[in-house]
Write a protein that binds this ligand. Structure first.
Ligand SMILES: Cc1cc2nc3c(=O)[nH]c(=O)nc-3n(C[C@H](O)[C@H](O)[C@H](O)COP(=O)(O)OP(=O)(O)OC[C@H]3O[C@@H](n4cnc5c(N)ncnc54)[C@H](O)[C@@H]3O)c2cc1C
Ligand code: SF4
Length: 496
């Protein structure tokens, strides 16, 4: 611990967001740069606890006190080595992770005290990796010729964070890895789900250049199970890692749900992301096929996907945006039944929420109403309360809400059961995910599964941890043993 009094003398400081009126006029990330000197002082707040609970909070087992110590001592170069020891893509998690590590930080036990409040772990993480890229400290790490000679052919299906992590680990172990991706570019939800204002795609593209230089091959625009059959994949590869995500979106089976103007969030967000990508060409201002411009938008679902729709709709100049949530408004501080060091369900204000729109809690949509052209013109909602474990409508609270664009952001119910999974013959579990044993092996020998496809809808940090562990399992299957790290087991769950 470089500064034994750091946590007493330095208050927690968070990064600053650009002014709302400035940032909603563009798609750039919302945060301003965090000055290095301040960052070193923030890292110096770490107490280097005997039992660092942040390790338990982080699914990757990031070595948080170690890099805090290095940063507070000004040794940024060593810090990035420690960061990469456990995390392939800290520039993704440092921007997008909800930071369960900070909820588990010992300094967060007593949030009311001035000197406490958790270490800004996530900010330290992203600052280390951003500086490392700027300084040229993130070179490709090619496997040794001996490892390549012993390597085998591996297919990774899907290029979200799970697939990318698995591919990078297996390539570095010497295997000849091909990533098959049905979209036109790699990244999964990092590219076409998550908006630019949360993570600019240049961070993803920069990492992909490193992966290409290390020897990972990408075949985009190729649907595994369709453009290349499951039988061919098996014949051409000694092992397969499935990382296709959980793409089955939850529907809302109420009258009028098939009207024009009602879309799944994941029909809307990719179009918006593609339009932003195309607009990077000077003079090109394409309007996506589904746009919120001038619309009264209602987002059904109060989670992160809903917040991404909100920030996107505001940047598209929506006339109004309302986000509906069936659950009651969460408490402002940690409830007694979710004690430290768990990640509590509390009221959070994301950058998108700060930018505008209304949030309405404890309501359920009963039906959608059409105008004369068959487009949604309103929805009817009713207040609900929890009784005996289910939501009950509160009589007399039904009302109409004007809308001409509805975005459904109610989560995902599992993986696709299509030509790929049928062709391979992998079994599914009762939750709609591809079934696996504790070491990520599916019911078919040599076929592994990682990320949302096996875990169900989750987070980027879990997807990367899964990709790393599944790579270790596949490597052990191919070589009889593996020195690749496996941060989690397939049954590992968050602290609760
Ligand atoms: C809108 C949205 C916002 C989110 N925001 C956050 C956030 O801020 N922070 C966070 O931690 N988590 C967030 N999440 C969750 C996070 O993005 C996911 O948990 C994570 O991306 C899962 O990674 P994955 O690699 O398992 O799958 P995905 O990222 O879903 O990638 C799967 C890939 O597989 C490809 N694929 C599927 N089938 C085939 C096939 N047959 N052949 C070839 N390719 C195929 C898909 O095209 C896709 O590219 C968000 C999710 C959504 C939907
Ligand atoms: S990946 Fe997430 S949980 Fe792990 S250290 Fe970074 S912010 Fe914390």
């Amino acid at each position: 611990m470089a500064n034994p009094r750091g946590f007493l003398n330095t208050p927690r400081r968070l990064p600053t967001r650009r002014p709302v009126d400035v940032r909603i006029a563009d798609w750039k990330e919302v945060y301003t740069e965090f000055p290095s000197r301040d960052l070193e002082r923030q890292a110096g707040r770490c107490m280097d606890c005997g039992i660092p609970f942040c390790h338990q909070g982080c699914p990757l087992g990031n070595l948080i006190p170690e890099w805090n110590d290095l940063i507070s001592a000004g040794d940024w170069r060593a810090a990035v080595e420690r960061l990469h020891a456990t995390n392939n893509f800290p520039e993704f998690t440092g921007r997008l992770c909800p930071a369960p590590c900070e909820s588990a930080c010992v300094l967060g036990i007593s949030p009311d005290s001035v000197s406490t409040g958790p270490v800004t772990i996530k900010q330290v993480e992203v600052s280390i990796i951003d500086r490392a890229w700027d300084e040229g400290w993130v070179p490709p790490r090619r496997p040794s010729p001996a490892a390549v000679a012993a390597g085998q052919k591996v297919a990774v299906i899907g290029s979200g964070p799970a697939g990318l992590a698995a591919a990078q680990q297996l390539t570095r172990a010497g295997h000849a890895v091909t990533v098959f991706e049905r979209a036109d570019a790699p990244g999964g939800l990092l590219r076409y789900g998550i908006p630019e204002f949360k993570m600019e795609k240049r961070h993803l593209d920069r990492r992909l250049v490193q992966m290409l230089a290390e020897g990972t091959e990408f075949r985009c625009g190729v649907e595994a199970g369709g453009d290349i059959t499951a039988a061919r994949l098996r014949r051409d590869h000694a092992a397969i890692v499935l990382a296709c995500g959980a793409t089955h979106a939850r529907g809302l089976p109420v009258p009028g749900a098939d009207l024009d103007g009602i879309h799944q969030a994941m029909d809307y967000l990719p179009l918006a992301n593609r339009a932003v990508r195309a607009a990077a060409v000077p003079g090109d201002r394409p309007e996506p096929a589904i746009s919120a411009r001038g619309r009264h938008v209602v987002i059904i679902g109060g989670g992160d996907t809903g917040a991404d729709c909100l920030g996107t709709a505001l940047r598209q100049d929506a006339a109004s945006v309302t986000q509906l949530e069936i659950l009651p408004r969460p408490p402002d501080s940690r409830p007694a039944q979710q004690p430290w060091p768990t990640y509590p369900a509390i009221y959070r204000v994301s950058s998108a929420h700060e930018e505008g729109g209304d949030r309405v809690y404890a309501v359920s949509t009963q039906r959608f109403l059409a105008d004369e052209s068959g487009r949604v013109r309103a929805l009817e909602l009713i207040e609900v309360e929890m009784a005996d474990g289910s939501f009950r409508p509160v009589p007399g609270t039904s009302r109409e809400l004007r809308t001409d664009l509805v975005l459904l952001a109610m989560g995902f119910t599992g993986a696709e059961q299509g030509r790929l999974t049928c062709g391979l013959g992998v079994a599914f579990d009762e939750r709609g995910n591809v079934a696996r044993d504790r070491s990520f092996a599916t019911s078919v020998p040599g076929v592994f599964v990682a990320g949302d496809m096996g875990r169900g809808q989750s987070l980027i940090v879990w997807a990367i941890a899964e990709g790393r562990s599944a790579a270790a399992a596949a490597d052990a299957y191919l070589c009889g043993d593996s020195s690749l790290p496996a941060p989690i087991g397939a049954r590992t769950v968050p602290l609760r």
